[in-house]
Design a protein around this ligand. Sequence first.
Ligand code: UDP
Length: 454
Amino acid sequence: MEKQERICHVVVIPYPVQGHINPMIQFSKRLASKGLQVTLVIFSSQTLSTPASLGCVKVVTISDGSDTGSRSIADLLKQFQATVTQKLSQLVVELGISSGHPVSCLVYDSFMPWVLEIARHLGLTGASFFTQSCAVNSVYYQIHEGQLKIPLEKLPVSVPGLPPLDVDELPSFVHDMESEYSSILTLVVNQFLNFRGADWVFVNSFNPLEEEVVNWLAGQRSIKPIGPMIPSVYLDRQLEDDTEYGLSLFKPALDGCMEWLDAKETGSVVYVSFGSLAALGEDQMAEIAWGLWRSGCYFLWVVRESEEKKLPCNFVEGSSEKGLIVTWSPQLEVLSHKSVGCFMTHCGWNSTLEALSLGVPMVAVPQWTDQPTNAKYIADVWRVGVRVKANEKGIVTKEELEKCIREVMESERGSEMRRNSEKWKKLAKTAMGEGGSSEKNITEFAAKLASKFN
Ligand code: UDP
């Protein structure tokens, strides 16, 4: 019998939300391009038509167990952990048998630190992948280490490697203690449970974007920036046909938004998206609608199906000359389109990295979770955008939105933001290009894993 070639097999396990799946897909593709066999595991409660593969990456989809009627966030998280723990060991063994290549490493989302125990039990390498910014993770690390006390004792908060942070610049879970979000605070702080025990720790960032905080965190234990994790066509063009992430939990837009953009002048469109999870109040949706209208700019606005009913009456029909509203967009294609002049964003970490990597200035309208801290960096550290101010009722008014859009689209400061964005675009390409800092970290990881097979 012919001796089978020994190939290093890695299983990549993202937390099942879009903003975690996308960067971990990209990491999987990068590892596969270095000659590793990679299987991506997608947990889903939805009936998803996932592709069997994304390029050389095999995709397997299994139920996450959230279809059994649990209600509270805490219950859902507990149930998820129990189901995945039970299924994952078996799956990993089966994947090894069915592919003929036993699995040697689990790359797990840092939201699931307990996967390291599964890796240890099976005698595998365990690598933790942080999908949020290093700045945000440093805040959570300080809480984990007892250096930052909750409830907060004084403001602004001082965290090594970060500018001083006021309450509205901190991740929301740090101070939103009233609600059931306290179980999410536990989740994000627990990312550090086995921070030192994992064999590798990856962060979706790049030098010099967060250099100070990356260096500080790296002083606690070795961490490897490997970002920005966006399709290769927008960075180094090293991977063939890598033009999109390739797996959407939302129905792709069939709304002709690219053709609509083609017909607009260079830099004339405001692209608006609040990502895959944020839910805005009806009042806020109305202010955004009229703020866009008052700016006089063209706008392409992503309003997910679940949010559509919050749009003001007649706005869609009334604004059709100026705007197009779609339920989901090919965001990278949109951001790289020449007609797009600015991105009104909720500042999710992927959206932020995508805008930075494509050189698009931002109007930052953070909603919750890590977004306020990302917005702080966008406005005050990288100076690639302006952050809106909410009124005393917590609403960002149409007048404020109009002012911020005009500032980015029309003012001298806006031109400066555009120049800064262009600088980050180049640096992102450098980090991922041949010999770049992130690229080297990925190569080192792949080489170390593969060396165990030689
Ligand atoms: N996205 C997309 N189309 C949309 C809106 C979002 O493809 O209409 C993608 C976006 O490119 C990003 C991800 O969904 O990669 C959202 O992640 P992010 O971290 O920005 O925000 P989250 O959804 O986690 O709040």
